[in-house]
Design a protein around this ligand. Structure first.
Ligand code: ARG
Length: 671
């Protein structure tokens, strides 16, 4: 709640206290029966009494003015979509404070109704039971139902609420107002699906982050898909997002790679070496490194040269990085993922500075030649290795440097790291040490490690090819393409779509289904990669949703005229229809969109959005089955249009379109 509103509510509570004091006084001054009619005491009291009554009426006026001003500040614009749960939490919170001014910290519990029975309302406030317990602990008995009734009486009027009912053990059932629904849907059609307003923040999302000369594996694919979607969501909300690819481009392995490069392609500095398969190149150099002492020595010397900025070594290192970089970029291009490369090497000078700073401040401890650092509670958890015994840096050192660089140089408010959950301990230690070093200040910063589970094959084992090799991502995407084409052909889409349209559909389905299968699972769990399942056209899959979207989108288009070309014009003469039970049900599902988004910004779990789009599509089907939008005659000509319903269908398509954008899906006009 903002400061002003809080002030105003405090003022209301003060006024109410004053009123109840005055009531007591009035009561006292009216007890005149004991006095004789000519008693001067009586005259005094009567005068006092009428003054008090006058004061009371002024206060009552003041309080109702305060109330209506608070109620109007709760919603900045009634036509906008707002987070219903936040709004109800705010106004019920105020009603609870007004009803029980002496109780502190009783939670305002609001939930969206889950019962299909409409008599239970659309949302519930379930605070009364709690309050009753708190009161009875203080020796005040009051039944939850009476408490609920009191809260309801003190509820500020809200344009969202049609009515409230106290039910059962003390639940308050909230029924949404249809006019609010009409206004919110109209606003979507007029202004687009505008995000709930948030305070703009600078956010760094670190995701994908494969390693040079090594396989970019399915774990990196998960990080790429989840990280991109989180970045899309935050960008949609209007934040300033920096997407960082923290690639592993630094470390001792580069010594052996450069030494091997020199031997294989002696003129590499002038003629670009034709390395097509960097993994094989890596394996070759590793074999030499493990078996040949001389080579090993040269490799170590190269690392020192490279870190010292030696021109030839840097050139060799760049060439090797370029080969990987080109491979990674192919994947990003196909998936439509934008990301800025800023690998571990970027932090070399910063790691040096960090170590001397930490040394001075006494954070580092010697441990058999290593320099380690404990977090806020020394001895708890796992310490970081900031400097190895050979003087080199580690994954820990570079991540300490990322936090410092991002918070202090980038001036970020919020840092997000997307990696497999196996790295949870690493990040816990990093965050703790950064807090100890006063780099993170939790009163100003938010830091999240967004972990995810491993990808399994259909056999439930680690994801591998049939022959047991690691799956190459490019090959996986290729298989997706051929599977999706087979699916489209099975559905005879090649008969209706032009070749270019078919290709667009093929890519949208292939990449969409891979992304959606990942995002629709709770990221904390492991998930089974199965093309068969992803491409099922029933159930919560990308292909089902892409079809649903295209169908819904075509409704307004098929109406022609202003419906197809100028929906805003239609709004001048037509009102969104919410009278039929199924129309109202669909509307209420759509109104949940801001709440879903708010929830995801808290836990960064995108499966909530997938559940939402699925609920929207299935509720749309329920609506469309019984509510005709367009009536056609036997010749297939349109004989009548239910404009209010077409508007609702178009708003549904627009919300789905925004959700797809956040999920990285590419919706189609034709499929
Ligand atoms: N390169 C690492 C890996 O492959 C992921 C890096 C994630 N980002 C970070 N700042 N640690 O596991």
């Amino acid at each position: 709640m903002n400061f002003n509103k809080e002030q105003e509510l405090k003022r209301i509570v003060q006024l109410e206290d004053e009123i109840s004091r005055l009531r007591g006084e009035i009561e006292k001054t009216s007890r005149s029966e004991d006095l004789e009619s000519d008693d001067p005491e009586l005259a005094k009291l009567m005068l006092e009494n009428s003054k008090l009554k006058h004061r009371l009426s002024i206060l009552n006026k003041a309080i109702s003015a305060e109330r209506s001003s608070v109620s109007s500040t709760c919603i900045s614009n009634v036509d906008d979509m707002i987070s219903i749960i936040d709004h109800l939490t705010e106004i019920f919170g105020a009603a609870i404070a007004a009803s029980f001014p002496t109780l502190n910290d009783v939670p305002t519990i609001i939930s969206a109704g889950t019962s299909p029975n409409p008599k239970f309302g659309d949302y519930q406030c379930n605070s009364a039971m709690n309050i009753s317990k708190v009161l009875s602990a203080q020796g005040n008995k009051m039944s939850p139902r009476d408490i609920a009734a009191k809260i309801t009486q003190n509820l500020l009027p809200s344009p969202l609420i049609e009515r409230c009912e106290v039910a059962g053990a003390g639940f308050i059932n909230v029924f949404l107002d249809k006019n609010y629904g009409i206004n919110a849907i109209t606003s979507i059609l007029r202004n687009g699906v505008r995000p709930v307003s948030v305070q703009k923040q600078r956010i760094v999302v670190d995701f994908s982050s494969p390693n040079i000369a090594k396989e970019m594996h399915v774990g990196h694919l998960r990080s790429t898909i989840i990280g991109d979607s989180i970045a899309r969501l935050l960008e949609y909300l209007g934040h300033d997002v920096l997407r960082i690819n923290h690639i592993g481009d630094w470390g001792t392995q580069f010594g052996m790679l450069i030494a091997h490069l020199e031997d294989r392609f002696p003129d590499y500095a002038t003629v670009s070496p034709p390395i097509s398969d960097l993994q094989t190149f890596y394996k070759e150099s590793k074999t030499r490194f493990d078996s040949d002492e001389d080579f090993k020595k040269r490799a170590y010397a190269k690392v020192v040269l490279l870190q010292g900025g030696d021109k030839d070594s840097v050139k060799g290192w760049q060439l090797i990085c370029d080969v990987s970089r080109n491979e990674f970029q192919k994947i990003y291009d196909r998936l439509g993922v934008e990301i800025v490369e800023r690998g571990e090497s970027f932090y070399q000078s910063r790691m040096e500075a960090l170590v001397s700073e930490f040394e001075k401040k006494g954070y580092l401890e010697d441990d058999n030649g290593r320099k380690i650092m404990w977090g806020v509670v020394p001895g708890e958890g796992i310490p970081l290795t900031i400097v190895k015994s050979d003087g080199g840096f580690t994954y820990d050192s570079s991540d300490m440097a990322t936090i410092k660089q991002r918070l202090e140089e980038e001036k970020a408010d919020w840092l997000i790291y997307v990696t497999d959950s196996g790295q949870a301990t690493h990040f816990k230690s990093i965050f703790s040490c950064a807090e100890r070093a006063k780099i993170i200040d939790y009163s100003r910063h938010r830091i999240d490690h967004v972990g995810f589970g491993v990808v399994l094959g259909e056999d439930g084992k680690k994801f591998k090819t049939r022959s047991g090799d690691t799956v190459k991502l490019i090959e996986l995407l290729d298989e997706g393409l051929s599977r999706s084409m087979a699916k489209l052909k099975e559905k005879k889409r090649d008969d209706v779509l032009l070749p270019a349209e078919l290709k667009t559909a093929q890519e949208s389905v292939a990449y969409g289904c891979i992304k959606y299968a990942d995002l629709s699972h709770n990221r904390q769990n492991e998930y089974v990669f199965s093309f068969d399942r992803m491409l099922e056209d029933k159930g919560n899959t990308a292909i089902y949703l892409l079809y649903a979207y295209t169908r819904i989108k075509s409704i307004a288009r098929n109406c022609g005229g202003d419906f197809a070309n100028n929906i805003k014009k239609v709004l001048e003469t037509t009102t969104v229809s919410v009278t039929h039970e199924k129309e109202w049900k669909l509307t209420k599902v759509l109104l949940k969109f801001p709440d879903v988004i708010t929830k995801i910004t808290k836990d960064l779990c995108l499966h909530h959005l997938c559940e939402f789009v699925y609920e929207v599509s299935t509720t749309f089907t329920e609506f469309y089955d019984v509510c005709y939008c367009i009536v056609k005659n036997r010749q297939g000509e349109i004989t009548s249009i239910n404009g209010g319903r077409v508007l609702l269908a178009e708003a549904t398509a627009q919300i789905l379109g925004v959700c797809f954008h956040i999920l990285g899906l590419n919706p189609l006009d034709k499929i």
